[in-house]
Design a protein around this ligand. Structure first.
Ligand code: BES
Ligand code: ZN
Ligand code: ZN
Length: 486
């Protein structure tokens, strides 16, 4: 990840007043009576209200070791959970960074002193620090040197909690870095190379299948998409094996890796097409998740599979009306070459099952329709198994990744009927996110499976106080927690 700046993470068992740093962040709740840091007066005259993400910087606060105190609005105390703290930490760090502060601390008082919150504070800081400005050449880039979580009296396991937060957030930033790379610099082979490097660094097994190997396996759906581009396709397979035990379950993580989606012959309009470099966000999420899994070592074996292609309208490109045969043996009429994600995932899902996955999760920037349905706030979740769906929803809730369960009833299958092949790759105008999921379901078979449509959530058009504009890295943490809590 070369040019990504890394922040030093530390913990200490001191109250806010005793923390030595350039700035100490102190959460302030709505209606709270904060006497320290000269806050009482500010609260009394309404300057500090505790409203969520309100930030008030105080220089040389009386009786405080740090050079500055940043009072950070924490909102209503009863609504405050680790998800709120993560964002508060991110917003505070982004604000302090913009004023060139280098050494930052965040103080948690006894009411918030627990391991989940320590992790969340660290995650928020590291996620907030990420900038998508790698290719700006100016020398005016600001960076934070260190971030310390201070808890008066400490928390059991505080260091492990901070380390877990660091691992998760750095993995999520790795995903964001990959997603942010432009498609001329990150081709399918480039993505495979990045995966190979990451796997080597964290002692994961890595195999990259090339076009010839995929031809032998009969991956006609994936190869049909790839044939329009001069860039060869690749199928990344990364394996994590627990050192002890491991039951019968084996988690397969399949991510869409379209390094650029022009739409192919069914070409997309020019307006906004530049964003289609993020069409590999699902695949990048799986690589980020594996990076954290390798370090946190869950008990379940996990295999990530990322089919990588570029969807281009070259002279060899597939045409609307073409019929391809997927690895599963099913024939598909390609009505629209822009519905390419489901084609490459069809073969990757089938291969994941063949490779021994007993449970599957796929993540893909699959449809514009999910953005229409849920906006940019919720990941659309589809499942063929209620238990699997509930596991994923629980992991998402714990990580503060918002997801919403969508319907996936058999009747929707009628939308995918083709007169000439087993199924068509598009289902017409209505319910586009559901019919896309329905298409994938055909290839998950009877394996418990969850599909996440992240088209609306993998990229943030307008920066947030706690997160830069650009790739969000959703749902890396949810995937890791799913494996850890199995
Ligand atoms: N990569 C797109 C989906 C997408 C759209 C992602 C907007 C992010 C933002 C996908 O390959 C696609 O083009 N889907 C089509 C499907 C249609 C042809 C049935 C779509 O959603 O328009
Ligand atoms: Zn497309
Ligand atoms: Zn696409």
């Amino acid at each position: 990840m070369g040019t990504i700046r890394l922040m030093r993470i530390a913990t200490e068992s001191n109250p806010a007043e005793r923390v030595e740093s350039d700035a100490v962040i102190v959460p302030v709740f709505e209606g709270a009576h904060e006497e320290r840091f000269g806050a009482a007066e500010l609260i009394d005259n309404g300057e500090v209200t505790g409203k969520y993400l309100e930030l008030t910087l105080i220089h040389h606060p009386h009786g405080v070791a740090a050079k500055r105190t940043l009072l950070a609005g924490a909102g209503k105390a009863e609504k405050f959970e680790s998800a709120q703290l993560r964002r508060l930490s991110g917003a505070a760090v982004r604000f302090l960074k913009s004023t060139s502060v280098k050494k930052i601390a965040l103080a948690l008082d006894s009411g918030q002193a627990n391991a989940e919150n320590v992790s969340a504070a660290v995650e928020g800081a590291i996620l907030g620090d990420f900038e998508p400005d790698r290719y700006k050449t100016g020398d005016d880039k600001k960076s934070v040197e260190s971030f310390t979580v201070a808890v008066a009296g400490g928390v059991p396991g505080i260091e492990a909690a901070a380390d877990r937060g660091r691992i998760l957030a750095e993995a999520q930033n790795f995903t964001r870095y990959l997603v942010n790379e432009p498609a001329n610099l990150l081709t399918p082979l480039g993505l495979a190379e990045a995966a190979r490097k990451m796997a080597a660094e964290y002692q994961l097994e890595c195999e990259i299948l090339d076009r010839e190997q995929m031809e032998k396996l009969g991956m006609g759906a994936l190869l049909g998409v790839a044939q329009g581009s001069a860039e060869p396709p690749a199928l990344i397979v990364i394996r994590y094996k627990p050192s002890v035990g491991g039951g019968a379950a084996h988690l397969g993580l399949v991510g869409k890796g379209v390094t650029f989606d022009t739409g192919g012959i069914s070409i997309k309009p020019a307006d906004g097409m530049e964003k289609m470099k993020y069409d590999m966000a699902g695949g990048a999420s799986m690589l980020g998740a594996m990076r954290a899994i390798a370090q946190l070592k869950p008990a379940i074996p996990v295999t990530a599979l990322v089919p990588c292609v570029e969807n281009m309208p070259g002279s060899r490109a597939q045409r609307p009306g073409d019929i391809v045969t997927a690895m599963s043996g099913k024939t598909i009429e390609v009505i629209n070459t822009d519905a390419e994600g489901r084609l490459i995932l069809a073969d990757a899902l089938h291969y994941a099952r063949q490779q021994g996955s007993t449970h599957l999760v796929d993540t893909a920037t699959l449809t514009g329709a999910i953005v229409v349905a849920l906006g940019h706030l919720n990941v659309g979740l589809f499942a063929n198994d209620d238990g699997m769906r509930d596991r994923v929803l629980a992991a998402a809730k714990a990580e503060g990744d918002r997801m919403w369960a969508m319907p996936l009833e058999d009747d929707y299958k009628d939308y995918l009927k083709s007169a000439f092949a087993d199924l068509a790759n598009v289902g017409g105008r209505w319910g586009g996110a559901v019919t896309a999921a329905m298409f994938l379901k055909e290839f998950a078979g009877d394996t418990p499976w969850v599909h996440m449509d992240i088209a609306g959530t993998a990229w943030i058009d307008d920066g947030k106080a706690f997160l830069a504009k650009g790739p969000s890295g959703v749902p890396v943490r949810t995937l890791v927690r799913l494996a850890m809590d199995w």
